[in-house]
Design a binder for this molecule. Structure first.
Ligand SMILES: [Zn+2]
Ligand SMILES: [Zn+2]
Length: 148
């Protein structure tokens, strides 16, 4: 099973970060394990979030090292980038295709289950091809913020 098959079949709570690194042909280092554990726990994390957590265990680690590792993981397809605002990207472990609901008030990111590609195809007036993957950000006010 390759990385893509593995991550499409598993859920976030079942993910074994060492397996992911192995399948991505990346060296298993304590730093990479920790970075993935932090992202797994937070769901969606910024470089600053990740750096602040990793620093607690590796006080000498630089943000450049964290960034380099994240970039490697991203290039291998282990991480997915969500870019709701131009200056602040979030990273998540690439699990099954899902979309995001982003609250414009608290900036929380919620995972939302996609509907069938065929239905999506019908949502748009004209798509010059067949949909294979969907990367969609939906913006709004989340239920928590709406209550305030
Ligand atoms: Zn909110
Ligand atoms: Zn997500």
């Amino acid at each position: 099973m390759n990385l893509k098959e593995y991550i499409m079949q598993t859920t976030l709570s079942n993910i074994n970060v060492k397996d992911i690194l192995k399948k991505a042909n990346l060296k298993i280092t304590p730093q990479r394990i920790l970075i993935l554990e932090v992202i797994k726990e937070k769901g969606h994390a910024t470089i600053d979030d990740i750096y602040n957590q990793v620093k607690k265990q590796y006080p000498s680690i630089s943000i450049a090292t964290v960034y380099k590792n994240i970039h490697n993981l991203y290039e291998k397809g282990v991480l997915r980038e969500i870019n709701p605002q131009k200056d602040k990207a979030f990273y998540e472990i690439t699990i099954y295709n899902h979309s995001h609901f982003i609250c414009t008030s608290c900036h929380n990111i919620y995972d939302i289950e996609p509907c069938d590609n065929q239905i999506i195809q019908q949502c748009f007036k004209e798509i010059p091809g067949k949909i294979s993957e969907l990367e969609l950000n939906v913006y709004g006010i989340c239920e928590n913020c709406a209550k305030k």
